[in-house]
Design a protein around this ligand. Structure first.
Ligand code: BGC
Length: 417
């Protein structure tokens, strides 16, 4: 009975508000994204609620699959069918590819009003702008050269964070002795590639840059690249038998649940630890992949705004504006594990890993050791990225020796360029 009265009352109020109310109700954004894990969904909720509070309703188009490979396939089908979503979570070069096709809208007006040029780091603007026009709203900055360690297991192993490759191997052996899986990993091409990002970076900034940014054939085919693949083979010996196909968040859960020692993963992993009620410094330790301190391989989630019908544009612009608000940037990134996509957001609300992430990013940027992540679409267009994925995964699974992988890598990149 009470429910009936309430519903009737609401209907009456809505009718009395008339046109104004229906105009508000028409403000809607349809959003395609791959944020489907517990931590990711919690962060997305911050955005949904923020928009709802501004009278904008949300039509959700989640496409599961870490790194967004599957989401990008679904997007292609949608756009081909003439049915583009309002906004799409997207990484780096994919944004530019869609812009080249003329599929994206224009955010110049809101960007100018809010002075985005001055506060969004240049490294991100490279992907948020095309031909001088704003086409995407950056939500965050993630980075891939992180390690997430189970604190109790680390303490049992002597408590020292590994400072270089050799110390890392010693630690992994100690985890093995403890009877836990040393490395929690999911065998999916993008996850293999995420580890490869860090391994290549651990062999030198210059090496990473020449290999993945410049795509220099001599570097791709160098003895150092063979060493990178050898390191992958070594790491492969520390994963469990069931790693194949495992989602990244299930690998994080192994560390969270004391079943594994550590995970090599971008800082979205922190979102899973936080969602599980775990505290940095107490339950888990975050550190840069040994040998990569001072350097950062970044990726930024941006919402690429598609060309939509005129009546949908106001909501699209409001969404872009909401995303760039400093308060939102703080609230969202605290939950997501990433750091703000603006340089003027205080780190006050961030935990120690977040504070470190903000500081590392600023320092790497200032010292010229900030690089786009190969694994997450910020070093090369998808064609090259996928060609590298293929070689990395085949080598990781023992289908190619390190020598063969080096030769294949040179050829694959050359063919995809
Ligand atoms: C995205 C993150 C996401 C992760 C796993 C990365 O490419 O930047 O936001 O959490 O993939 O799905």
């Amino acid at each position: 009975m009470r429910k009936f009265v309430t519903t009737t009352a609401i209907a009456a109020v809505m009718m009395s508000l008339g046109g104004g109310m229906s105009a508000r109700a028409a403000e809607n954004v349809e959003v395609l994204h791959w944020w489907t894990s517990g931590g990711e969904a919690a962060a997305l909720d911050v955005l949904k609620k923020d928009l709802e509070s501004k009278g904008i309703s949300w039509t959700d188009m989640p496409v599961a699959g870490g790194g967004g490979t599957e989401a990008m396939t679904v997007l292609r089908a949608r756009v081909t069918a003439g049915n583009a979503p309002t906004a799409v979570q997207m990484l780096g070069f994919d944004i530019l590819d869609w812009a080249k096709e003329g599929a994206l809208g224009n955010l110049d007006e809101v960007a100018a009003q809010e002075g985005w040029d001055k506060v969004v780091p240049t490294a991100l603007q490279q992907f948020s702008k095309y031909d001088g026009h704003w086409i995407a709203a950056p939500v965050n900055v993630h980075s891939t050269n992180w390690v997430w360690i189970n604190k109790a297991a680390l303490d049992k192993a002597g408590g020292k964070e590994p400072a270089n490759w050799d110390e890392l191997i010693v630690l992994l052996d100690k985890f093995k002795e403890q009877g836990i899986t040393p490395v929690a990993h999911g065998g999916q091409p993008w996850q293999d590639a995420t580890i490869f990002d860090a391994v290549v970076l651990s062999l030198g900034n210059d090496f990473y840059k020449k290999a993945f940014i410049d795509l220099d054939p001599a570097t791709l085919g160098s003895p150092q690249m063979k060493e990178a693949f050898d390191r992958m083979t070594k790491l492969r010996s520390y994963v469990d038998d069931n790693f194949s196909g495992r989602d990244w968040n299930l690998a994080s859960a192994m560390v969270i649940e004391d079943k594994a020692g550590l995970q090599f993963m971008g800082d979205w992993a922190k979102g899973e630890f936080l969602k599980a009620g775990k505290k940095p410094g107490t339950d888990f330790v975050c550190m840069r992949f040994p040998g990569t301190q001072g350097s950062v391989t970044f990726n930024s989630d941006q919402f690429a705004m598609f060309k939509v019908a005129d009546d949908k544009v106001p909501a699209q612009l409001k969404m872009a504006s909401a995303i760039e608000s400093p308060t939102f940037q703080s609230a969202f990134n605290v939950v997501k594990g990433s750091v703000p996509a603006r340089t003027d957001v205080p780190d006050t609300d961030f935990d120690d890993c977040g504070k470190k992430g903000i500081k590392d990013l600023a320092e790497a940027n200032a010292s010229g050791s900030l690089y786009g992540s190969m694994a997450h679409g910020h070093a090369n267009p998808a064609a090259v990225k996928n060609a590298i994925y293929d070689v990395v995964t085949r080598q990781f699974n023992g289908e190619l020796s390190s020598e063969e992988a080096v030769t294949e890598l040179v050829a694959a990149v050359e063919g995809a360029k």
